[in-house]
Design a protein around this ligand. Structure first.
Ligand SMILES: NC(=O)c1ccc[n+]([C@@H]2O[C@H](COP(=O)([O-])OP(=O)(O)OC[C@H]3O[C@@H](n4cnc5c(N)ncnc54)[C@H](O)[C@@H]3O)[C@@H](O)[C@H]2O)c1
Length: 261
């Protein structure tokens, strides 16, 4: 193995949970460009259709599936379909989540309905999707890669009513270390990436507010918010042979924000 071939994903198959979303669809394209075949899974059939068409146009060997990742048997069924199409599964990328800006409450009164919604969206989906994918990897015996979307909110508080979201992303960071420890014997590495704001429709409402955006950017040493493309290099590293001896890590991708805290 030499040079850039350590990033080559030819012959590998990936599942991208939330592959119809802004970050999921961008990362599916990154994995596909590196040579992987890609199954994108999302509960929104329209998003899946649009993302699948773009991947096909880019020459990626792909499959789009609709399904709910908070339903465990459905996750098993979806992974079985992906395996049926590509015959193997090497990479599980977890990009389902978010919702924080839609349910802001004081910590002392955080309502249980919104707590459950955010925990299901961010954590249960990651749990069930990963379990289904990792069982397939363990059965095949060839190792694999799990990479999850965390957030800087997994390690930093924010004075804005984010209790459930920080709990979910903190749990993803802990599970990353726990799963890395348990699945190392199967040569499955488990890591997470933790961005600050990434310019996607999900956070457009906040970033469209010039005062909010100016305050945010002022705290980021590199002086801007992220884009889905800012995640691509780290994703290629964590999903390829380049990171063969790296597991249980959470990489912040935040223009230096956490370095200042
Ligand atoms: N955008 C940001 O600023 C930012 C920053 C840090 C971390 N993140 C994290 O990155 C991830 C992706 O964010 P995004 O901005 O691309 O969001 P997005 O809303 O564009 O993508 C999420 C996708 O998940 C799908 N989804 C939701 N629930 C599902 C379910 N139960 N089953 C199957 N699919 C489901 C949605 O339909 C959507 O397409 C999230 O985990 C988010 O917390 C985002």
């Amino acid at each position: 193995m030499s040079g850039l071939s350590i990033f080559d994903l030819s012959g590998r198959a990936a599942v991208v949970w939330g592959g119809g979303g802004a970050i999921g669809s961008a990362i599916a394209a990154t994995l596909g460009r590196a040579g992987a075949s890609v199954t994108i899974i999302d509960q929104d059939p329209d998003r899946i259709a649009a993302a699948e068409a773009k991947l096909r146009d880019a020459g990626v060997d792909c499959l789009g599936l609709s399904g709910d990742a908070t339903d465990r048997p459905e996750c098993d069924r979806l992974v079985a379909q992906a395996m049926g199409r590509f015959g193997r599964l090497d990479i599980c990328f977890n990009a389902i989540g978010g919702g924080a800006g839609k349910v802001l409450h004081p910590a002392e009164d955080y309502p249980v309905e919104d707590w459950d919604w955010i925990l299901d969206l961010n954590l249960r989906s990651t749990l069930y999707g990963t379990q289904a994918a990792v069982k397939a990897m363990i059965n095949a015996g060839h190792g694999g890669r799990v990479l999850s979307m965390s957030s800087v909110r997994g390690q930093l508080g924010i004075n804005a009513g984010y209790s459930a979201y920080v709990a979910a992303k903190g749990a993803i960071n802990s599970l990353t270390r726990q799963w890395a420890t348990e699945w190392a014997k199967h040569n499955i590495t488990v890591n997470a990436i933790a961005p600050t704001f990434v310019d996607t429709p999900q956070v457009a409402m906040l970033l469209d507010d010039p005062v909010f955006k100016a305050n945010l950017v002022a705290r980021v040493p590199l002086g801007r918010v992220g884009s889905p493309d800012d995640l691509a290099g780290a994703v290629l590293f964590f999903c390829s042979d380049a990171s063969a001896f790296v597991t249980g890590q959470v990489l912040t991708i935040d223009g230096g924000l956490t370095a200042t805290q």
